[in-house]
Design a protein around this ligand. Structure first.
Ligand code: NHR
Ligand code: GAR
Length: 210
């Protein structure tokens, strides 16, 4: 029985594309966006995938929107919900319904730079290493248990654009990997830290150590 995945996105959808193109042993049962015009939603339709557009501006408040969003997601009976450039903070009531089966990719090496404008902030701080993090989503923004990270060098002449492109290439590599591990049932939460069961592939996570 394959892992049923719902994807949430708000924009371009390049992480979503990378997930589809990785040919994972999962079934994408719905692609949901809070922005009806999102490029990612257009591409999903072109692929013949089921889509749901829910315009958050048509709801009275965050709680009302999230309640409808959760109902729409639950209709598809997902084993996993994947945030792929989803730009709305999710309320505690939403998290309670999906915690443990909700993943996000964040464009920084958490716990550094939670929130928005991560590449600008990394450059302003002068960090020499930056990257991305796949984590389980909890009610505390960008603080859930970490599944996998990838690091990139920061170059002296980087702009937010060049740096984000370097990070994005790594996002496209590690997000499919994390989803594959979840689908294989290999992610084990041990007191808030994620362990990878049967870790014979660890050299692919830490290439410089092998
Ligand atoms: N929700 C919870 N509860 N916990 C997390 O860890 C979440 C989350 C929702 C989204 C993705 C996230 C990121 O990776 C994410 C993680 C949006 C904002 C934000 O401030 C912050 C973090 C993330 C996504 N959004 C504004 C808001 O008011 C709207 C900004 C916009 O529309 O452009 O929701 O960084
Ligand atoms: C990605 O860099 C993702 O990490 C980031 O937005 C981009 C979405 O790109 N997510 C966040 O900043 C969440 N707050 P994509 O739509 O092409 O996948």
């Amino acid at each position: 029985m394959s892992c049923r995945v719902v994807v949430l996105l708000s924009g371009r959808g390049s992480n979503f594309r990378a997930i589809v193109e990785a040919r994972l042993p999962v079934e994408i049962v719905a692609v949901v966006s809070n922005r009806p015009q999102a490029d990612g939603l257009v591409w999903a339709r072109e692929q013949g995938l089921p889509t749901v557009a829910l315009d958050h501006t048509e709801f009275a408040d965050r709680e009302a929107f999230d309640a409808k969003l959760a109902d729409e997601i639950e209709r598809h009976q997902p084993d996993l919900v994947v945030l792929a450039g989803y730009m709305r903070i999710l309320s505690p009531a939403f998290i309670a319904r999906f915690e443990g089966r909700l993943l996000n990719i964040h464009p920084s090496l958490l716990p550094a730079f939670p929130g928005l404008k991560t590449h600008e902030r990394a450059l302003a701080e002068g960090v020499k290493i930056h990257g991305c993090t796949v984590h389980f989503v909890t009610a505390q923004l960008d603080h859930g248990p970490i599944v996998i990270q990838a690091a990139v060098p920061v170059r002296a002449d980087d702009t937010p654009e060049t740096l984000s492109a370097r990070v994005l290439a790594q996002e496209h590599r590690v997000y499919p990997q994390a989803i594959r591990w979840f689908a294989e049932g290999r992610l084990v939460n041990k007191c808030g830290c994620i362990n990878l069961q049967d870790d014979s592939a660890s050299q692919s996570v830490f290439p410089t150590e092998s």
